[in-house]
Design a protein. Structure first.
Length: 132
């Protein structure tokens, strides 16, 4: 019998909690940045810290909590949730600017090319990735 796994991805509203999450993930806390947390069965497993400036977005930190086994599927779901929020907020192009050791792998699995991704129509099935 397989146990059920509940993933919960939420924006972090409380800045003191954001700082705590960043510390657990090994991120530099940026109080002016947005952040999402990801929990599995109520346990924090991953997070993303990012910025939005007009039509441009930047993911500055992305990854698992230190000591938690890497879960690629959970990370993809977290990354897509963040990119969807950015796209709904008017972001057209996002840069993956994390300096973590795993940044190249994570940016590639989320669909970034040379640290960039076009978000125009990415979530409505019409994207042809011909961003200017």
């Amino acid at each position: 019998r397989q146990s059920k796994v509940m993933l919960i991805i939420k924006p972090i509203q409380d800045k003191s909690y954001q700082e705590e999450v960043c510390n657990q993930c090994g991120f530099k806390y940026e109080p002016l940045s947005f952040a999402y947390s990801e929990k599995e069965n109520e346990k924090l497993i991953a997070a993303c810290q990012f910025d939005i400036l007009g039509s441009n977005g930047t993911i500055s930190d992305f990854g698992m909590v230190k000591g938690v086994e890497e879960d690629i599927e959970a990370l993809i779901i977290l990354g897509r949730a963040v990119l969807n929020f950015m796209e709904l907020s008017g972001v057209e192009t996002c840069t993956f600017d994390s300096t973590s050791v795993d940044a190249p792998k994570y940016s590639k699995m989320l669909g970034f090319t040379d640290k960039k991704i076009c978000l125009k129509s990415l979530f409505d099935g019409k994207c042809n990735h011909n961003c200017k």
